[in-house]
Design a binder for this molecule. Sequence first.
Ligand code: SF4
Length: 915
Amino acid sequence: MTAALPYPALHASHGGVWLREEGVTRPVGKGEAIMLAADTPLLLLNAPLVANRLGYPDLSGLDLLELYAFVHPARFVVPTPKGLAHALGLAEPADDAGVPALLHAAAAELIARCQRPDWPEREGAWSQLQSLARLRWAWAGVLAPAIERPQRAERWLFARLPEWEEAPERPQPAQIVLNEAEVARRLASLLDANAEERPGQRDYARGAAQVFSPRARNQVPHLLLAQAGTGVGKTLGYLAPASLWAEQSGGGMWVSTYTKALQRQLRRESARAFPPATDSKAPPRVVVRKGRENYLCLLNLEDALQGGFSGRAAILAQMVARWAGYSQDGDMIGGDLPGWLPTLFRQRGMTALTDRRGECVYAGCPHFRKCFIERSVRASASADLVIANHALVMINAARARDPANRPTRIVFDEGHHVFDAADSTFAAALTGAETIELRRWVIGPEAGKAKGRRRGLAARLADVASYDEDGARAIAQACEGAGALPGDGWLGRLNEGAPWGPLENLLAAVRALVHARDESGGQDAGYGLETEAAQLDGDFVELAGAAQAALEAIRSPLTRLGLRLEALLAEPPDWLDAAGRARIEGARGAIAWRCDLLAAWIALLARLGGPADPEFVDWLSVERSDGREWDIGIHRRWLDPMKPFARAVLEPAHGVMLTSATLTDGARTDAAAWEVAVTRSGAGHLGIAPARLAADSPFDYASQAEVLIVTDVPKGDVSSLAAAYGRLIEASGGGALGLFTAIRRLRAVHGRIADRLARSGLPLYAQHVDPIDTGTLVDIFRDDPRASLLGTDALRDGVDVPGHSLRLVVMEQVPWPKPSILHRARRLAGGGSAYDDRIIRARLAQAFGRLIRTAQDRGHFVVLSAAFPTRLLSAFPVGTPIRRVTLDEALQSVAGGVSATDEFGAATRLEADTP
Ligand code: SF4
């Protein structure tokens, strides 16, 4: 190990601030720390988080996380002192005061690793460091002596990345029926030799095998709804028949998830059912596929590296380039790019590194053959198992122009989210933010605002325009039409009462009407505002008509251009080589998507002047956060989004399974509860009765969990709420997940208790407070049994923390649905208060599901609500003890639970006693 660096090391938590200089650590005040940081480079861990703790947003320094990302790109680390210590094989600091010494040791260790001959990530490091030095990266000078100049010039990233291979078209799968005994044997072979016998899992696997059978009628898929309690082992339950079917039929199937956590788990577990081929050159059997906007676009990266970015964003681009050379699949969001890396750079430049705006030039791109997105698309066409997400499956089904690429056997895991995913996928939103995106896609960035290589349609299709007169005319007309869309500064113009063009005029009228009519009570709280699209006067309808005509003036030439491109592909000119063809095919797909978008907007505007369509819910909105307006527009949702889902996804499929622990109402399996699941599957729109399967959880909830409904925390009193949270977390010794329905209350509670808990050695993290992405917050929470985490909706369902780290869930109140215009319409159609109850039971069941993940888990589920209706109690698994108690009684139970005399509790007590 090299000698300690001559820089002071600073650590700040909610419990205090510590500084280490010349081998001595001492507590310091925030003021002293800030003054020192302004003068001297300091060693820090996670600068934005330290800045947040100090209340000094401009803090910068030598961040150990940046150093880690350079030395070990694409390697996982929990970004905490403990996590860093584990990743580097160093001793964990005993307390906050021990952290600065760890920072010195970690820096020395990381620098020493660069000097070792067997440093696995050496390739590219020297060259990248030279670029980072030019950008004045804080670590560049420190690392320079440690990284030896290679004897031969290093290949740059774009030369090092492998090319994807073109795969032959896949033949149709054989029509087979899986043999039950074989399915059972396959399942047994996937389980560990010492795994417990789980009859529920066997039945589940047998049921899942049905969806792979040949279908009897066109447009009538096998549809299975499988309610599987937590712990049934559903993943291997469906992967067993899926892997058998893939082997015997030669086909590929998709599993779709809603959360990234499950996607990661599936990637791990699928290796058992689909072991990688022994030939390392063979295409992968399992591919994770996400939307394009998740992946690094190499052309955008090249542009950023060559001067498109400046300042910290340019350093981030270098870090991303370093990672790209070692990444498994180029997935920047939820893949192997550390989730904390972009937040270190305050997300600057991240969006511009992906293909978020659909500006890909396909085969016209010099990196096409190495492109991560293209590789994932090709790999998924030949894979046996594609792991995707609900949104991508639906977009693919609705928009993919190549039916051969559509999956025909799909398992929707986390099936209770299919409704929400369909709701967003099949929605239309004509808003300022959406229209400006379209304008940029057609015309390109406005003069003087061009960042990087972004160009408009005319530049992207310049060769077509020079060859085809009609095509050139259509491009010119589309550009002229797009000039009427909102441009940069549109919100400012609306605020000043000086909108420009037909769309901005309409948006100004929308804004005025929403402010006039909104009665949600959100005005003072700074939340978004909305009003239904009803009783619109003649002036408004006239403005909508003008906007409609303006949109038509874009759609019509774009449609013609699409036809011209199709004609070019049908009768290709001499100059159109394979690469040009692929590029035009890509452009045709992108144009078709924009035409669909424009058609949806036009239909929405056309309805404003006429009678409402009962299939849709339309409303006007002003989006705000903390009182600041950031978007304005008109929205349309399907009253039942499972109708378009049934047509786009179910109808063309051969077999579909929806499975979840909370598919039915409150996870029950009586007839009424099943009716809910059937209605929400979309089966009714195809006139089919789905098969049903229920597998009960093997957990003994009567002894593993307890639900406590606290009756004496007054509603609306934030001080009492905060005190209750603080005392409950203390009673359990951390390990608490706190769920909120409002960000404002979450922040208020966190602000009141975080410091006190930290001084007791109980760190408290929070979504919407800590500058850390949600995935990393969960990693931190999982890694530290004394940590607690506060959050909102995303944590209610996306947290998989088995074991001791999660032993208490606290909900601040009954999770009532937000009374939005959309909710009101669906409530009316769905049975009034019974509809609300179903939503609440589902939310309670999902939140409760976080608590007990294995047969060894124990824990309490606490709801701080005196008025918790008895009819909602069926949300909890049968047999779970439920008590209405005072806060003091709840504290006794929670404290008793963590100091129980069982093996698990004894371990807890020991940890709690350790200083
Ligand atoms: S092919 Fe498209 S997405 Fe891929 S690197 Fe090139 S421009 Fe980016």
